[in-house]
Write a protein that binds this ligand. Structure first.
Ligand code: C5P
Length: 237
């Protein structure tokens, strides 16, 4: 009797890039295309999961067959992820979250004037959503076994002089954030943002051997989702 690996599971994926408003017409953003988040949502759906995609700004359309929640800022993404995580077996943070947001949002368009000094934008830190999701999971009551066994996956885009450096940084990040799996992109001379293909290493908190996956974002996503299925079905209780 064949069963899809994520049948009966609920998976929440974040994707795209947050936009942090400066005034009614301007924002600070990033180059995330949303392709990775969409590919992960599709892979999870194809593996039989009920999928929620929490989408910040994306250049690609959302896929069919997933529940879509759209957000703009990091704070909105945080609210949506905390709400969605409450009943998710798996949470994957593939969104490019702005680390900082403007300290103040001007209610009117910031004007260019000759008689005043050039504006200075001050920034404040955004919360680390991935880290918060881990903390919430780890503080769930003892009797909520399914909540406490939630699998949390992060992404990391690392630069380094060599593969060793990248893995060292990524392992430190995995420990710091406390997620179960960390999908590491080596961003060097070849760009990842907006690109269709990717080469990643999947690191596990359990200390399992680093797993390599390369190919299109679709292929990488299939590998990540296969690994998620393995962790749920073979590793955790
Ligand atoms: O620290 P860094 O930004 O490299 O970590 C990347 C991972 O953390 C990604 O999974 C990203 O979605 C998540 N993240 C987050 N909240 C932030 C910044 C990053 O959840 N404020």
């Amino acid at each position: 009797d064949y069963q899809l690996p994520l049948a009966g599971r609920t998976v929440t994926v974040s994707g795209g890039g947050t936009r942090e408003p400066l005034d009614p017409v301007r924002f600070l953003g990033n180059r995330s295309s949303g392709k990775q988040g969409v590919a992960l949502a599709v892979a999870a759906r194809n593996a039989g999961a009920t999928v929620r995609l929490v989408a910040a700004h994306m250049e690609v359309p959302a896929p069919a067959g997933v529940d879509l929640v759209t957000v703009e800022t990091a704070l909105e993404l945080r609210e949506a992820m905390l709400a969605a995580a409450a009943d998710s077996d798996v949470v994957i943070m593939a969104a490019a979250v702005a680390d900082f947001r403007p300290a103040e949002i001007s209610g009117t368009k910031i004007k260019k004037r000759d008689d005043t000094a050039d504006p200075v934008i001050s920034l404040v830190r955004n919360p680390d959503i991935l880290q918060e999701l881990v903390e919430v999971r780890d503080h769930a009551p003892e009797n909520q076994a399914s909540r406490r066994s939630q699998l949390i996956v992060g992404f990391a885009a690392e630069t380094g002089d060599g593969q060793g450096d990248v893995l060292t940084y990524a392992e430190a990040k995995l420990k710091r954030k406390g997620c179960d799996l960390m999908v590491v992109n080596h961003v060097g001379t070849d760009k990842v943002f907006g690109q269709d293909s990717n080469s990643v290493v999947i690191l596990a908190r359990s200390g399992a051997e680093p797993q390599l996956a390369a190919g299109t974002k679709t292929e990488v996503s299939a590998a990540v989702i296969t690994r998620v299925g393995y962790e749920l079905n073979h590793v955790s209780p």
